[in-house]
Design a protein around this ligand. Sequence first.
Ligand code: AOF
Ligand code: ZN
Length: 372
Amino acid sequence: MATATEADAMRRAVALAARALGATSPNPVVGCVILGPQGTVLGEGWHRRAGGPHAEVEALAAASAAGHDVRGGTAVVTLEPCNHTGRTGPCAQALVDAGIGRVVYAVADPTDTATGGAATLAAAGVATEGGLLEDEAAAGNAAWLTSVRRGRPFVLWKYAATLDGRSAAADGTSRWITSAASRADVHRLRAEADAVVVGSGTLRTDDPHLAARDRDGAVQPLRVVVDTRASVKPGARVLDNAAPTLIAVGEDADTGHLPGVDVVRLPRAGAGRGGLDVPALLAELYGRGVRSVLLEGGPALAGSFLAAGAVDRVVGYLAPALLGAGPAALGDAGVGTIAGALRLEVTDVARLGPDLRITAVPTAPATAPEEN
Ligand code: AOF
Ligand code: ZN
């Protein structure tokens, strides 16, 4: 049974892990706290970058740099220590070699490559316990865990709308529906995502930049434009050097005006929908190491993702304003009748300045409606 001190250390480890959100893909975020036999903190660490040292190794190094003897201590870690030699050595063995006496972890490693650390530790005589604050730690790693389970990136659809659900006025103007506080929060979402995806309509009307505002250590997301006919203009802000950019176009699109731009050709969506095939887009992004996608718009693209069962979380920023006319936040999502409504469960409600931020997840696992 884990102690209260270990639970506190796990909460700390979850917070440490979160520091690297958006920076570790295709790897998870992981945090680790090493406790002495009396429960004092000897070292802390977190996984900062894919290919860099794992959290356990960072924490052991921090303890050693501080001159602490970790023998007989406890390692508290958000993910089961890995058992494999990948870009770095196996953490289970590193903990055994350091003389750690007990390991408490939150979430079992779900990958075939790295799993088995707990068994290795137990076989070496290390007391090992899994499942401490599993839900909190899993929530902190939701994008990575979802991507492992589904074999495609985790998708968060974000929109901003008035209380009557409109994202622009009748004349198309949309700046700024929500407050500065909400917009700052969106920059945090961008910094935490591996890729930010928009459609060509949004590009035309807003000419968005889509980079994350400078934040300590933030890795810029890949900016992705779904642009079936390659309508993006060479001077678009999204094509500057602030962050990498990928333009996804149809197989037959003319891209002669986009020399030097990273372009991928994808099949068209089936079943009478416009635009590109969403699963093909996600597969392309997954192949590029993207594990979390922030889908920013517009309404037609969001509808395509929802119709494809490819949205894992919805974050809506609702401004206390009414427009009464103008485009809705969401376009056709393949729902023809009330029985087909995509039902969500609200997981969080927050006030951001004058606005409301509502976070919700699909109640049934995200599958294409056709499959139901
Ligand atoms: C991490 N950081 O702190 C832990 C991980 O690519 P590699 O060789 O670094 O291995 C990545 C895998 O190792 C990862 O998918 C996960 O299963 C396991 N544990 N990974 O990146 C960490 N503890
Ligand atoms: Zn490891």
